[in-house]
Design a protein around this ligand. Sequence first.
Ligand code: TLP
Length: 344
Amino acid sequence: MIDLRSDTVTRPTPEMRRAMAEAEVGDDVYREDPTVNRLEELAAATLGKEAAVFVPSGTMGNQIAIKLHTKPGQEVICEERSHIFNFEMGDMAAISGCQARTIPTSDGLLCWDQVRERLRPDIYYYSRTGLVALENTHNMAGGTVSPLAAAGEICERAHERGLPVHLDGARIFNAAEYLGCPVREIAAPFDSAMFCLSKGLGAPVGSLLVGRRKFIEEAVRVRKMLGGGMRQAGVLAAAGLIALEKHPAKLAEDHRNAGFLAESLCKLPGVRVELAKVQTNIVMFDVSGTGLGAGEFSSRLKQRNVLINPINDRQLRIVTHSDVDRSGCEQALAAIAEVAASAA
Ligand code: TLP
């Protein structure tokens, strides 16, 4: 099977498995796991923040941040297709008692004017804006990258109003690769940021939430409250350390593969790709012109040993990653061409 459903499907490398087997561990609920501690220190330093906490998932990292930044009854301003709003099980309502105030965009990227229009005026019978949350890269917009200046302006203006800004940086290393800058520059203006080790960086499990030391001390409490206290988690952190130290360098290849697929796909009859949006490791392609729905298209690909998920009736999402090389991408492309032709 060629699995292009997500970069979450990457398996730990032999080097990671060895490091996991040999990891020095302790009880992380007592904060005594030396490997987790090393990972958290490296994550904080890499993102340019005071401290970090290791969490089981990106969802937990985002939701801990939302809980700490907000009070029940408040609003979180976010983009309409953002992960925190669509794929985190209504957590901002369930865990933090907040509602989302969403902004529709075509490319997933927000600017200050759009955020400003959604701020609640300070009238006592309105709910209050509690947080602004950005996503970079933006998953459902197709892996698009926020320019540094736009995100910087949102943070600066929000801060002038006393509003915190959180970054869902699940794929922040992909954004950094695209922008050609260190991740710390992307994270700099934000109060908190979450990033995933378990996506393109290839670790089996885990994400980090970074921010100021006091914020992270509180985050450790909320992590425990949500059942995320993980004991001898050094076995996971050992793989995470390799992901963080060595695997950002692999992402350029994933981006080249995504570019190759995008350019080849748009030559197929009935298939449409918005090339300008293919900036990192995600390719959205529209198959409505082939006469097949995206669900049927995906089933026919599966019969040809290629896994690619539909995201709506018309579009499918490819995510490139280090477990599928260029020849795997070529095979996937051949299967897509066959399915597109089979519809006619
Ligand atoms: N994204 C997954 C699915 O949930 C859609 C994927 O396959 O892309 N933020 C962003 C931007 C994400 O893309 C994801 C996962 C998360 C947060 C949540 O991470 P996990 O799955 O570790 O909770």
